[in-house]
Design a protein around this ligand. Structure first.
Ligand SMILES: [Zn+2]
Length: 309
Protein backbone atom coordinates (compact mmCIF):
# COMPACT_ATOMS: atom_id res chain seq x y z
CA UNK A 1 0.00 0.00 0.00
CA UNK A 2 2.75 2.38 1.03
CA UNK A 3 4.74 1.55 -2.10
CA UNK A 4 1.74 2.10 -4.34
CA UNK A 5 0.87 5.51 -2.90
CA UNK A 6 4.48 6.55 -3.13
CA UNK A 7 4.48 5.54 -6.78
CA UNK A 8 1.30 7.57 -7.36
CA UNK A 9 2.86 10.56 -5.61
CA UNK A 10 5.90 10.37 -7.87
CA UNK A 11 3.64 10.26 -10.91
CA UNK A 12 1.66 13.28 -9.70
CA UNK A 13 4.89 15.16 -8.97
CA UNK A 14 6.26 14.34 -12.42
CA UNK A 15 3.04 15.49 -14.09
CA UNK A 16 2.98 18.75 -12.11
CA UNK A 17 6.62 19.32 -12.92
CA UNK A 18 6.08 18.86 -16.65
CA UNK A 19 3.19 21.34 -16.47
CA UNK A 20 5.44 23.85 -14.67
CA UNK A 21 8.10 23.80 -17.39
CA UNK A 22 6.40 24.66 -20.68
CA UNK A 23 7.96 23.29 -23.82
CA UNK A 24 9.66 26.00 -25.86
CA UNK A 25 7.94 26.85 -29.14
CA UNK A 26 9.78 25.67 -32.27
CA UNK A 27 10.32 29.25 -33.45
CA UNK A 28 10.04 32.56 -31.67
CA UNK A 29 10.76 36.05 -32.97
CA UNK A 30 12.18 38.82 -30.83
CA UNK A 31 12.05 42.27 -32.38
CA UNK A 32 15.22 44.14 -31.46
CA UNK A 33 14.56 47.08 -33.76
CA UNK A 34 11.27 48.05 -35.37
CA UNK A 35 12.41 51.35 -36.86
CA UNK A 36 14.26 52.63 -39.91
CA UNK A 37 17.06 55.10 -40.51
CA UNK A 38 15.53 58.04 -38.62
CA UNK A 39 16.31 58.64 -34.93
CA UNK A 40 12.68 58.27 -33.91
CA UNK A 41 12.94 56.37 -30.63
CA UNK A 42 12.86 52.98 -32.31
CA UNK A 43 16.04 50.98 -32.95
CA UNK A 44 16.96 50.29 -36.58
CA UNK A 45 16.03 46.96 -38.14
CA UNK A 46 17.01 43.84 -36.23
CA UNK A 47 15.56 40.55 -34.94
CA UNK A 48 16.63 37.44 -33.09
CA UNK A 49 15.01 34.13 -33.96
CA UNK A 50 14.87 31.53 -31.19
CA UNK A 51 14.88 27.89 -32.21
CA UNK A 52 13.46 25.52 -29.56
CA UNK A 53 13.81 28.42 -27.12
CA UNK A 54 17.49 29.03 -27.92
CA UNK A 55 18.52 32.37 -29.51
CA UNK A 56 20.26 31.23 -32.71
CA UNK A 57 19.76 33.59 -35.63
CA UNK A 58 20.34 37.32 -35.91
CA UNK A 59 18.49 39.00 -38.78
CA UNK A 60 19.93 42.46 -39.50
CA UNK A 61 21.61 44.61 -36.86
CA UNK A 62 20.56 48.24 -37.17
CA UNK A 63 21.63 51.02 -34.79
CA UNK A 64 20.15 50.55 -31.32
CA UNK A 65 19.75 46.78 -31.56
CA UNK A 66 22.73 46.27 -29.24
CA UNK A 67 20.84 47.90 -26.36
CA UNK A 68 17.62 46.05 -27.19
CA UNK A 69 19.52 42.75 -27.21
CA UNK A 70 20.64 43.40 -23.64
CA UNK A 71 17.17 44.51 -22.56
CA UNK A 72 15.70 41.29 -23.97
CA UNK A 73 18.05 39.35 -21.67
CA UNK A 74 18.77 36.82 -24.37
CA UNK A 75 21.78 34.57 -24.17
CA UNK A 76 24.27 35.24 -26.95
CA UNK A 77 26.03 31.92 -26.42
CA UNK A 78 24.37 30.08 -29.33
CA UNK A 79 23.91 32.92 -31.81
CA UNK A 80 25.98 31.75 -34.75
CA UNK A 81 23.99 32.66 -37.87
CA UNK A 82 23.61 36.19 -39.18
CA UNK A 83 21.27 37.03 -42.05
CA UNK A 84 21.71 40.49 -43.56
CA UNK A 85 18.89 41.64 -45.84
CA UNK A 86 21.01 44.47 -47.29
CA UNK A 87 23.93 46.60 -46.26
CA UNK A 88 22.33 49.98 -45.55
CA UNK A 89 23.42 51.41 -42.19
CA UNK A 90 19.97 51.04 -40.60
CA UNK A 91 20.33 47.26 -41.07
CA UNK A 92 24.03 46.68 -40.32
CA UNK A 93 25.41 49.59 -38.25
CA UNK A 94 25.40 47.68 -34.96
CA UNK A 95 27.11 44.54 -36.23
CA UNK A 96 30.54 45.29 -34.68
CA UNK A 97 29.01 46.00 -31.26
CA UNK A 98 26.97 42.81 -31.29
CA UNK A 99 29.92 40.71 -32.49
CA UNK A 100 32.05 42.07 -29.69
CA UNK A 101 29.27 41.40 -27.16
CA UNK A 102 29.19 37.82 -28.40
CA UNK A 103 32.97 37.53 -28.09
CA UNK A 104 33.03 38.74 -24.48
CA UNK A 105 29.97 36.72 -23.47
CA UNK A 106 32.17 33.76 -22.51
CA UNK A 107 32.44 30.26 -23.81
CA UNK A 108 34.76 28.76 -26.37
CA UNK A 109 35.69 29.59 -29.94
CA UNK A 110 33.04 31.38 -31.97
CA UNK A 111 32.16 30.44 -35.52
CA UNK A 112 29.79 32.86 -37.20
CA UNK A 113 28.18 32.17 -40.53
CA UNK A 114 27.08 35.39 -42.19
CA UNK A 115 24.83 35.59 -45.23
CA UNK A 116 24.06 38.71 -47.23
CA UNK A 117 23.73 40.11 -50.73
CA UNK A 118 26.32 40.19 -53.46
CA UNK A 119 27.85 43.56 -54.37
CA UNK A 120 26.90 46.15 -56.94
CA UNK A 121 29.13 48.48 -58.95
CA UNK A 122 27.05 51.58 -59.38
CA UNK A 123 26.96 53.46 -62.65
CA UNK A 124 25.40 56.83 -63.24
CA UNK A 125 23.36 57.79 -60.20
CA UNK A 126 23.50 54.29 -58.68
CA UNK A 127 25.57 53.86 -55.54
CA UNK A 128 28.27 51.22 -55.23
CA UNK A 129 27.81 48.52 -52.60
CA UNK A 130 30.44 45.99 -51.52
CA UNK A 131 29.53 42.33 -51.43
CA UNK A 132 28.75 41.05 -47.94
CA UNK A 133 32.08 39.16 -47.83
CA UNK A 134 33.93 42.38 -48.70
CA UNK A 135 31.87 44.29 -46.13
CA UNK A 136 32.72 41.76 -43.40
CA UNK A 137 36.35 41.81 -44.50
CA UNK A 138 36.46 45.61 -44.25
CA UNK A 139 35.23 45.33 -40.66
CA UNK A 140 36.83 42.16 -39.29
CA UNK A 141 39.34 40.94 -41.93
CA UNK A 142 43.14 40.98 -41.38
CA UNK A 143 43.30 44.57 -42.66
CA UNK A 144 39.86 45.48 -41.39
CA UNK A 145 38.97 48.23 -38.94
CA UNK A 146 38.27 45.73 -36.15
CA UNK A 147 40.72 42.98 -37.05
CA UNK A 148 41.72 42.78 -33.35
CA UNK A 149 38.41 41.08 -32.58
CA UNK A 150 39.61 37.81 -34.10
CA UNK A 151 41.44 36.91 -30.96
CA UNK A 152 40.18 39.21 -28.26
CA UNK A 153 38.34 37.33 -25.49
CA UNK A 154 37.82 34.22 -27.59
CA UNK A 155 38.95 33.10 -31.05
CA UNK A 156 36.38 34.16 -33.64
CA UNK A 157 36.02 32.95 -37.21
CA UNK A 158 33.53 34.22 -39.75
CA UNK A 159 32.36 32.34 -42.83
CA UNK A 160 30.60 34.71 -45.18
CA UNK A 161 28.39 33.71 -48.08
CA UNK A 162 27.34 36.20 -50.76
CA UNK A 163 23.86 35.59 -52.13
CA UNK A 164 23.28 36.58 -55.73
CA UNK A 165 21.02 39.62 -55.55
CA UNK A 166 21.59 40.76 -59.13
CA UNK A 167 18.93 40.95 -61.83
CA UNK A 168 20.31 37.61 -63.13
CA UNK A 169 19.67 35.89 -59.79
CA UNK A 170 17.55 32.74 -59.59
CA UNK A 171 13.80 33.31 -59.40
CA UNK A 172 13.49 30.23 -57.19
CA UNK A 173 14.32 30.08 -53.49
CA UNK A 174 17.71 28.58 -52.59
CA UNK A 175 18.35 26.68 -49.37
CA UNK A 176 21.43 28.15 -47.68
CA UNK A 177 21.33 26.29 -44.35
CA UNK A 178 19.84 22.98 -43.30
CA UNK A 179 20.28 21.39 -39.89
CA UNK A 180 18.02 18.96 -37.98
CA UNK A 181 14.88 20.24 -39.65
CA UNK A 182 15.90 23.90 -39.44
CA UNK A 183 16.00 25.31 -42.95
CA UNK A 184 16.92 28.78 -44.12
CA UNK A 185 16.16 29.73 -47.69
CA UNK A 186 16.67 32.89 -49.66
CA UNK A 187 15.80 34.68 -52.86
CA UNK A 188 16.83 38.06 -54.25
CA UNK A 189 14.77 41.04 -53.18
CA UNK A 190 14.82 44.55 -54.62
CA UNK A 191 15.51 47.81 -52.79
CA UNK A 192 16.37 50.49 -55.32
CA UNK A 193 20.06 50.28 -56.15
CA UNK A 194 20.98 48.41 -52.93
CA UNK A 195 21.36 44.66 -53.49
CA UNK A 196 18.79 43.04 -51.21
CA UNK A 197 17.84 39.56 -50.07
CA UNK A 198 14.66 37.97 -48.69
CA UNK A 199 14.97 35.19 -46.07
CA UNK A 200 12.66 32.44 -44.94
CA UNK A 201 13.25 30.30 -41.84
CA UNK A 202 11.38 26.98 -41.53
CA UNK A 203 11.34 24.69 -38.51
CA UNK A 204 8.85 22.06 -37.36
CA UNK A 205 5.94 23.27 -39.51
CA UNK A 206 6.47 26.92 -38.61
CA UNK A 207 8.02 29.58 -40.78
CA UNK A 208 9.01 33.23 -40.70
CA UNK A 209 9.71 35.23 -43.85
CA UNK A 210 11.52 38.58 -43.76
CA UNK A 211 10.78 40.87 -46.70
CA UNK A 212 13.67 43.23 -45.96
CA UNK A 213 13.27 46.70 -47.46
CA UNK A 214 11.52 46.00 -50.72
CA UNK A 215 10.04 47.86 -53.68
CA UNK A 216 7.62 46.70 -56.35
CA UNK A 217 10.36 44.99 -58.40
CA UNK A 218 11.00 42.49 -55.59
CA UNK A 219 7.41 41.44 -54.94
CA UNK A 220 7.25 38.50 -57.36
CA UNK A 221 10.15 36.84 -55.56
CA UNK A 222 8.67 37.65 -52.16
CA UNK A 223 5.31 36.16 -53.19
CA UNK A 224 7.13 33.03 -54.24
CA UNK A 225 9.23 32.44 -51.13
CA UNK A 226 6.60 33.57 -48.60
CA UNK A 227 3.93 31.04 -49.64
CA UNK A 228 2.00 29.82 -46.56
CA UNK A 229 4.47 31.37 -44.11
CA UNK A 230 3.29 31.33 -40.51
CA UNK A 231 4.55 34.89 -40.17
CA UNK A 232 5.59 37.50 -42.71
CA UNK A 233 7.63 40.42 -41.38
CA UNK A 234 7.06 43.22 -43.86
CA UNK A 235 9.05 46.44 -43.79
CA UNK A 236 6.54 49.25 -43.93
CA UNK A 237 7.66 52.78 -44.69
CA UNK A 238 5.33 54.49 -47.18
CA UNK A 239 1.61 55.31 -47.39
CA UNK A 240 -0.44 54.42 -50.43
CA UNK A 241 0.38 56.78 -53.32
CA UNK A 242 0.46 59.72 -53.44
CA UNK A 243 0.77 59.97 -49.64
CA UNK A 244 4.56 59.71 -49.49
CA UNK A 245 7.42 61.34 -51.45
CA UNK A 246 7.59 59.79 -54.90
CA UNK A 247 11.22 58.68 -54.59
CA UNK A 248 10.33 56.42 -51.66
CA UNK A 249 8.15 54.26 -53.93
CA UNK A 250 11.34 53.22 -55.74
CA UNK A 251 12.50 51.75 -52.42
CA UNK A 252 9.45 50.56 -50.48
CA UNK A 253 6.04 48.90 -50.77
CA UNK A 254 2.81 50.74 -49.80
CA UNK A 255 0.06 49.19 -47.62
CA UNK A 256 -2.35 48.19 -50.38
CA UNK A 257 0.36 46.23 -52.17
CA UNK A 258 1.42 44.68 -48.83
CA UNK A 259 -2.16 43.45 -48.37
CA UNK A 260 -2.30 42.03 -51.90
CA UNK A 261 0.98 40.20 -51.40
CA UNK A 262 0.03 38.81 -47.98
CA UNK A 263 -3.24 37.52 -49.44
CA UNK A 264 -1.61 36.06 -52.57
CA UNK A 265 1.06 34.33 -50.47
CA UNK A 266 -1.58 33.05 -48.03
CA UNK A 267 0.56 33.97 -45.04
CA UNK A 268 -1.07 33.25 -41.69
CA UNK A 269 0.04 36.41 -39.94
CA UNK A 270 1.56 39.77 -40.85
CA UNK A 271 3.92 41.90 -38.77
CA UNK A 272 4.62 45.40 -40.02
CA UNK A 273 8.06 46.57 -38.99
CA UNK A 274 10.80 49.06 -39.98
CA UNK A 275 8.04 51.57 -39.24
CA UNK A 276 8.45 55.17 -40.30
CA UNK A 277 6.77 57.97 -38.28
CA UNK A 278 4.46 58.42 -41.29
CA UNK A 279 3.17 54.87 -40.86
CA UNK A 280 3.00 55.21 -37.08
CA UNK A 281 0.78 58.26 -37.38
CA UNK A 282 -1.59 56.60 -39.85
CA UNK A 283 -1.97 53.11 -38.37
CA UNK A 284 -5.75 52.95 -38.80
CA UNK A 285 -5.67 53.83 -42.50
CA UNK A 286 -2.62 51.62 -43.11
CA UNK A 287 -4.41 48.65 -41.58
CA UNK A 288 -7.65 49.45 -43.44
CA UNK A 289 -5.76 49.54 -46.73
CA UNK A 290 -4.12 46.17 -46.02
CA UNK A 291 -7.51 44.73 -44.99
CA UNK A 292 -8.97 45.43 -48.43
CA UNK A 293 -7.17 42.29 -49.55
CA UNK A 294 -5.77 40.47 -46.50
CA UNK A 295 -7.95 39.15 -43.69
CA UNK A 296 -5.35 37.55 -41.38
CA UNK A 297 -4.01 39.12 -38.18
CA UNK A 298 -1.95 42.29 -38.69
CA UNK A 299 0.30 43.73 -35.98
CA UNK A 300 2.65 46.70 -35.76
CA UNK A 301 6.09 45.84 -34.39
CA UNK A 302 7.56 47.38 -31.27
CA UNK A 303 11.13 47.08 -30.00
CA UNK A 304 11.29 44.20 -27.55
CA UNK A 305 8.15 42.48 -28.88
CA UNK A 306 8.18 38.67 -28.73
CA UNK A 307 6.04 36.62 -31.07
CA UNK A 308 5.45 32.97 -31.82
CA UNK A 309 4.56 32.48 -35.45
ZN1 LIG B 1 15.99 50.26 -44.08
Amino acid sequence: MFKLSRYVAILIFAAANSMATPVAPPLELVVLGSGGPGATGRAGAGYVVLVDGEPRILVDAGPGTFVRLGEAKLSLAKIDTVLLTHLHIDHTGELPGIFKARVVSGGGPIHFQVFGPSGHHGEGEDATFPSTSRFIDLLFGPAGAYSYLHDFAAPMTIKTTDIDASTNASKSPTVIHSEHGLQISTIAGHHGDAPAVIYRIDYRHQSITFSGDIDAKGLDNLRHIAQHSSLLVFNSVVLDPPGSPRVLYTLHTPPKAIGVLAADSQVKRLLLSHLSPTIDQARASVEASIREHYQGPVAFAEDGMRLQP
